[in-house]
Structure formats: C-alpha cells, structure tokens
Design a binder for this molecule. Sequence first.
Ligand SMILES: [Zn+2]
Length: 166
Amino acid sequence: MEALGTDTKHGRCCVCMVKNKICTRKCEFSAYFPNEMQDDYEAATKLFGTQNIIRMMKLAAHEQKHLLASSILKEGAAWTDDNIGGGYGVIQKLRWEIELHEASLSKIRMKISEEKKQLVLLSNQTGDNIKGGYGVIQKLMWEIKLHEVYLSEIRKKKKTISSTFK
Ligand SMILES: [Zn+2]
C-alpha cells in the first residue's frame, strides 16, 4: 500500500505558487488547481485576477467547487490558445470577447428561466427530480457569475489598452 506522502512531492498548488505560500496538505485549493494545471491557471489569473478566483472559490458550495475550478481553467486555456499580441488587434479581440460573453450571458439567462418553468411544472407533479433541477440552475448561475467577472475584467483591460492608443 502506498504511504501517504507529503504534498511537496507533487509541488505546490497553483494558488500557493502565485501567492508564494507553502502549500500544505490542508490547502483548500490543491484539489482544484493542482501543480500540473499551472499554465491554464496563470492564463486564468490574467483574465479574472487571483483575488476574484479565490473569492469565487470561497463562495462556491463544496459540491460546486470542482465545476467552478474546471470552468476557470477552461477559460484560461481558451485564452492562451487564442491570444494575439499587439495594439489594435487586442482591442478588436476584446470587443469580440465582450460580445461573445454578452451573448452567452443572455443565452444562459434564457436557459435559467426555462429551467425555472420546468421546475414549477415538476413541483406541480410528483416532486421528483426537483433537487436535480436546482442543481442545473445553480450551475447556470455559476456560469453567469464567471461570464460577468470575465466581462468586467475584459472591459477594464480594453479601457487600459484603448487609453494607451490616444
Ligand atoms: Zn495550495
């Protein structure tokens, strides 16, 4: 049987690495942002900011944390794959990103109102699956939160970049 080794064997988690902290066995982030996700995590911090990521993770219910973390990392990976350097190109890209995320947001909001209608229907019937339904809505709520944080970070970025081109 494998002995329970120390976490240093796997290196620090991404959050502790960024904050230059010792990552202990009890670290609340090590399960969600392990060492090997470093590239995606660093890209994600450029999008959301470390403080926002930590705040969102702390706000998330325990059973939602994995989903939230993987969404954050996915956004980071997408940003890296697709990043372009230099002035106006960046602004154009940010404009598209804003539009895309606004479109996703309105789609998610529509989905939520549909899910809510379904829930009302369900609760008028047996009462089965209602918990599952709320789970779906919770998930969509997190998606909205992520998109909103993303949008505000992009808007900030766009403002900063635009002001350097005056
Ligand atoms: Zn850690």
